[in-house]
Design a protein around this ligand. Structure first.
Ligand code: SF4
Length: 70
């Protein structure tokens, strides 16, 4: 059984550019020129789920959420 795919949901207005997410999981979370988070692809690559969740949970602004998609 394969685990569900995860999708990153960003609340850009809440992001204050601390960069904690990108520090924990730089393959998923990127920072733009203003230090605000973005993702190239909202779907988390296979194998990166745990780190992506860790980065999401670590955001001090709760600007990130993860949804399961199938
Ligand atoms: S940890 Fe949160 S506030 Fe910091 S850059 Fe990432 S999304 Fe933005």
């Amino acid at each position: 059984m394969s685990s569900p795919r995860l999708k990153i949901v960003i609340d850009k207005a809440a992001c204050c550019g601390y960069g904690v997410c990108a520090e924990i999981c730089p393959d998923v979370y990127k920072l733009d020129a203003n230090g605000i988070v973005y993702v190239d692809d909202p779907i988390v690559p296979e194998g990166m789920e745990d780190l992506a969740r860790e980065g999401c949970d670590a955001c001090p602004q709760s600007a990130l959420a993860i949804e399961e998609v199938d």
